[in-house]
Design a protein around this ligand. Sequence first.
Ligand code: FE2
Length: 176
Amino acid sequence: MEIQEFGTVRLFPLGLSRDAREYSCQRLNQILADTQILYNLYKKHHWLMRGPTFYQLHLLLDKHAGEQLELVDKMAERIQTLGGVAVADPRHVAEITVIPRPPNGCEEVPAMLSRLVEAHETILVAAHDAAARAQEMGDDGTNDLLVSEVIRTGELQTWFLIEHLVDTPLVEGRKA
Ligand SMILES: [Fe+2]
């Protein structure tokens, strides 16, 4: 028996309209679902990594996974703070996410890294738009979480990933 349905908000005296809280919860739940998938993609690629840069990437992807997991917790708790219900069950997450499902097996290293970069960009585009709309509706707390945490972390992690997608002098030297 559910005592609060997903997609609804309780009446919380936060100085924010019900509309603003409902809107923020809906946008945050989408980004939360996508971030949970990004976290799981990071763990998958942390485990399945291979090749000459295995150790470095194995460690880097796990660090990023840990940071994404912290964002998952912060967004879920923001939704609860606004009186909403956070998406949590992985089967529910799978229904909501817009991040494409990877193959069950192992891809080439650049494909794994590109997949992460693309997932980051999907989240960044949504977070920029949601942050601007949340601010228009007076929800400064959600705007701050999205800008200071989700966007800044996503941008930084993307930088670290794309540097690994550029051919290294070692690889170039071997080709020549
Ligand atoms: Fe590990």
